[in-house]
Design a binder for this molecule. Structure first.
Ligand code: C2E
Ligand code: CA
Ligand code: CA
Length: 400
């Protein structure tokens, strides 16, 4: 979007700096530029102006009276559709924490500019208008709430399928395998994502039916992939910790692979821990046995919730999966870079492979590669897809 089609409000207490930004916006062709010296005055202007007469607010963080942070909070409740640009002379880490805050409020953030401001930077941020969306616009589809009975019936009727999301080997640039992610192919509502059923199944101790359906279908997919010549591919399947309290689990999982004629070495079990591990002995016995039988074990969502360092010390993981909340946009965030890099180093020192999930940009993937991360998974490479499209994708993918 071009500045000439938009109207602006510049909120900045320093007269000279405010005038500079106003001049830049005029230079970019905008006819509608309003100005305010602090947050309170800005709100008054917005209230007085007719609805939707301001498209973008450019706002300084440090101002006497109502500062930028308080102003954003008011903007959220009173004018949630206005896009914002953060302007500040503060250091990068602080600006980045304010960026996170505005995103948490669901505001439409075009980006941040460090002072001194340049015309080029302002133009680049404004061009984002129309590309970024508010959180309300992002989730237009509403998934119905299912009862536990409905979900279990769906499992019994064999309506759940794995969707496969490729993992790329960052050294060779080739596909190394895929993670199988559960999708409910609902006869009425179409493809349903896991958040609508996993938690309910886990909390009621009923996840096993789904887990085994996923294991069986993933094993078949793995064999097919190997038959098509992708002999080194691994398929990852999510295993919730609640299943691991059943002492027979390891043997039952091993039998699935045996029956499908798949070597457990080609299957990685991603352990997602959604609740604190209360009973420890049985899960540890199961996991040790699975590893002994050749399965790969991955610590999923590393860095969040209960996926902790303590886990690493007591389970023989072969892979560490850095949670996507650390990976998205990390290349441009100093604190995240340090965390990602230390996780990669730690994984390697403990002889684990390191996978980064949630890779959405080439810039992040390049940074992971330069840090020596082994594998990447994310929308940059591909979203999860059904088996048939995945087989086609593997045939065509040439890496980047
Ligand atoms: P997860 O294991 O952390 O899986 C990664 C999730 O991130 C997937 O969401 C995937 O679609 C999404 N994702 C991958 N790349 C990107 C990216 O670049 N950007 C963004 N924004 N998202 C990305 P999905 O498929 O909705 O699965 C959500 C969670 O549900 C999974 O998180 C996993 O914890 C759980 N889950 C899925 N299938 C199963 C299953 O068969 N069994 C169990 N126990 N849990 C499962
Ligand atoms: Ca996972
Ligand atoms: Ca994750």
């Amino acid at each position: 979007m071009q500045a000439s089609n938009l109207s602006f409000l510049v909120v900045e207490d320093d007269d000279f700096q405010r005038q500079t930004i106003v001049d830049m916006l005029h230079l970019l062709g905008s006819a509608g530029v309003k100005q305010a010296g602090d947050g309170k005055q800005a709100l008054e202007i917005l209230q007085a102006a007719r609805a939707r007469s301001v498209d973008v607010v450019l706002c300084d963080l440090e101002m006497p009276g109502m500062d930028g942070m308080a102003f954003f909070r008011h903007l959220k409740s009173e004018h949630p559709d206005i896009a914002i640009v953060i302007i500040s002379a503060l250091d990068g880490a602080l600006i980045s924490s304010v960026e996170k805050m505005t995103q948490a409020y669901g505001l439409r953030l075009l980006g941040a500019v460090e002072k001194p401001i340049t015309l080029k930077r302002i133009e680049a941020l404004i061009s984002q208008y129309g590309i970024t969306q508010t959180s309300r616009e992002r989730s237009p589809t509403v998934t119905p709430n299912f009862t536990l009975e409905e979900i279990l019936q769906g499992v019994q009727d064999n309506q759940f399928e794995p969707f496969f999301q490729p993992k790329v080997d960052l050294v060779t640039g080739r596909i190394a395998g895929a993670e199988a992610l559960a999708r409910w192919i609902h006869p009425e509502h179409g493809v349903i994502a896991p958040y609508a059923f996993i938690d309910q199944l886990e909390q009621n101790g009923k996840i096993d039916g789904l887990t085994f359906a996923m294991l069986e279908k993933s094993a078949i997919a793995c064999r097919l992939l190997h038959e098509q010549g992708h002999r080194a591919f691994t398929v990852s399947v999510n295993l919730s910790l609640t299943s691991l309290t059943d002492i027979t689990l390891a043997d039952r999982v091993t039998k699935v692979m045996h029956d499908a004629n798949v070597d457990p070495r080609h299957i990685v079990l991603e352990v997602t821990e959604s609740a604190a591990m209360t009973e420890v002995a049985h899960p540890l016995e199961n996991l040790a046995r699975l590893r002994m039988h050749g399965f790969g074990l991955s610590i999923d969502d590393y860095g969040t919730g209960y996926s902790s360092m303590q886990q690493i010390t007591r389970i023989a993981f072969s892979e560490l999966k850095i949670d996507q909340s650390f990976v998205k946009g990390f290349a441009n965030d100093q604190a995240l870079r340090i965390m990602v890099e230390s996780s990669i180093d730690m994984a390697h020192k403990l002889r684990m492979k390191c996978v980064a999930e949630g890779v959405e940009t080439q810039c992040d993937q390049d940074a992971l590669k330069s840090m020596g991360c082994d594998m990447a998974q994310g929308y940059l490479i591909a979203k999860p897809m059904g088996l048939t499209p995945f087989l086609g994708f593997c045939g065509e993918y040439s890496g980047r």
